[in-house]
Design a protein around this ligand. Structure first.
Ligand SMILES: O=C(O)CCC(=O)C(=O)O
Ligand SMILES: [Fe+2]
Length: 339
C-alpha cells in the first residue's frame, strides 16, 4: 500500500428521516457515516461473545485492562475463515443475528431505500478479525495479507446494494479500520487484479499496476485504469456501534492494525426488498467459497494459461452454480468463452 493522505469522515444523524436528502448524499459523496447507530447492548454482547471465543481458542488473552488483546497466536489454515470451525461459531452467534437485524440500522436503511430492507444471508459470515501487522510501510506491498487491499464491493456483486461496515469495538488510527477513497465512486468500475488465487485488488497508481503485471498478475474485470492524481482517503476514529454505509463503487481498503488488540469489525450488505440480487446473497459464505474453490481447482487442472483460467473463474464467480450442468462442463464452457 502506498502512503495514504487521510482526512476525517463527515457524519450524518441517525435520526435523519429524509429519504431524498440521504440518497442524494450517498450519490454525491458515496458514503453515509452514522455514529452509534447499532444498539449498544447488543453490540456489547456480540463483542464479548466473540472475545470469549477468541480467548478460548488462544487468539486473545483475558486482560481486564485491555479487551481483545492479542495473544501472539496466528490462525492456522482456515480456523478463522467463514468455512473454518471458529469462523462458523462466530457466524452462528444469536447475538450476531441481533446486530445484523438491528432495529435502528433497519429504520435508517428503510429511509435511505424508501422501502423494505433485505439482509443478505452471508452477513452472518462477515465478521472480520484483523491481526497485528508491524511490517514497515515501505516493505509492505499491496499484496500483503493482513490488510484488505483497495477494492470496490460492486466488482464482487453487480447489483444495487449498500455495504454497512460496522465497528464492533473502538477502532482508532493504531487499530486501523476502514478507509474510503474520497469520491472514487464516481469513476466507474476499476480494474481488479489477481495473481492466481491471490486477490490484489485495485492498484493505486500506474507504478503499482506495472509492478503487479511484472509479478504475473492480470486484471480480471473493470475498465478504469489507475492514474497518478493525488487521492484523499477518509477515515475516523470509530467507536463501537458506528456504521459506515457506502456505495458499491466506493474504493475502500483496510488500514494496518498496529495495536496490541485484534481489530474486530463486520461488513454487512443490504438491498431494497424486491430489487434484483446475486446468487451469493441467499447463501452462507462457506457455501459460496466451496463452489468458488471447486471452480478454481477444476480450472487449474485444465491445460490452459493462467490468465485464461483467471478470467474463466471470474465468469463462473458471476454465474454461480448451474442447475443444468456439472462443474467441469461449466468450466469448459467458460474457458471457451474467454479463450
Ligand atoms: O474491514 C476491512 O478490512 C474490509 C472491509 C470491506 O472490504 C468491506 O466492508 O466491504
Ligand atoms: Fe469491501
Amino acid at each position: 500500500m502506498v502512503d495514504l493522505s487521510l482526512a476525517p469522515l463527515q457524519a450524518v444523524e441517525a435520526s435523519t428521516g429524509d429519504h431524498s436528502a440521504l440518497s442524494q448524499r450517498l450519490q454525491a459523496e458515496g458514503y453515509l457515516f452514522v455514529r452509534g447507530l447499532i444498539d449498544r447492548d447488543n453490540l456489547g454482547r456480540v463483542r464479548s461473545e466473540i472475545g470469549r471465543l477468541l480467548i478460548r481458542h488462544g487468539f486473545a488473552v483475558d486482560d481486564p485492562r485491555l479487551e481483545l488483546k492479542w495473544s501472539g497466536r496466528m490462525p492456522e489454515s482456515d480456523e478463522l475463515t467463514p468455512s473454518g470451525p471458529i469462523g462458523r461459531m462466530i457466524g452462528d452467534l444469536p447475538s450476531l443475528t441481533e446486530v445484523i437485524h438491528d432495529r435502528g440500522l433497519f429504520r435508517f436503511l428503510e429511509v435511505l431505500f424508501d422501502g423494505e430492507v433485505f439482509s443478505w444471508v452471508e452477513n452472518a459470515d462477515r465478521v472480520r478479525i484483523v491481526f497485528q501487522d508491524l511490517t514497515p510501510a515501505k516493505t509492505r506491498g499491496q499484496h500483503f495479507d493482513y490488510v484488505t487491499p483497495a477494492h470496490q464491493d460492486g466488482y464482487h456483486f453487480r447489483v444495487a446494494f449498500v455495504t454497512c461496515w460496522v465497528a464492533l469495538m473502538d477502532i482508532d488510527r493504531t487499530t486501523g479500520g476502514l478507509a474510503i477513497c474520497k469520491r472514487s465512486h464516481r469513476e466507474g468500475m476499476h480494474q481488479h487484479w489477481y495473481r492466481g488465487s491471490h486477490y490484489l485488488g485495485i492498484p493505486q497508481n500506474a507504478d503499482q499496476a506495472r509492478e503487479m503485471a511484472r509479478m504475473g498478475a492480470v486484471p480480471v474485470a473493470g475498465e478504469a485504469v489507475p492514474d497518478d492524481s493525488p487521492k484523499t482517503w477518509l477515515r475516523s476514529d470509530y467507536r463501537a456501534g458506528d456504521v459506515l454505509i457506502f456505495h458499491p463503487h466506493m474504493i475502500h481498503c483496510g488500514l494496518p492494525n498496529r495495536s496490541p488488540q485484534l481489530r474486530v469489525s463486520a461488513d454487512f450488505r443490504y438491498q431494497r426488498r424486491g430489487d434484483p440480487t446475486v446468487w451469493q446473497s441467499g447463501h452462507r459464505l462457506f457455501e459460496c467459497h466451496k463452489f468458488l474453490d471447486a471452480a478454481r481447482t477444476c480450472l487449474e487442472g485444465m491445460d490452459i494459461e493462467q490468465g485464461v483460467a483467471d478470467r474463466a473463474w471470474e465468469l463462473m464467480r458471476r454465474h454461480g452454480p448451474s442447475p443444468e450442468m456439472d462443474l467441469p462442463t461449466q468450466a469448459r464452457q467458460m474457458v471457451d468463452r474467454v479463450a
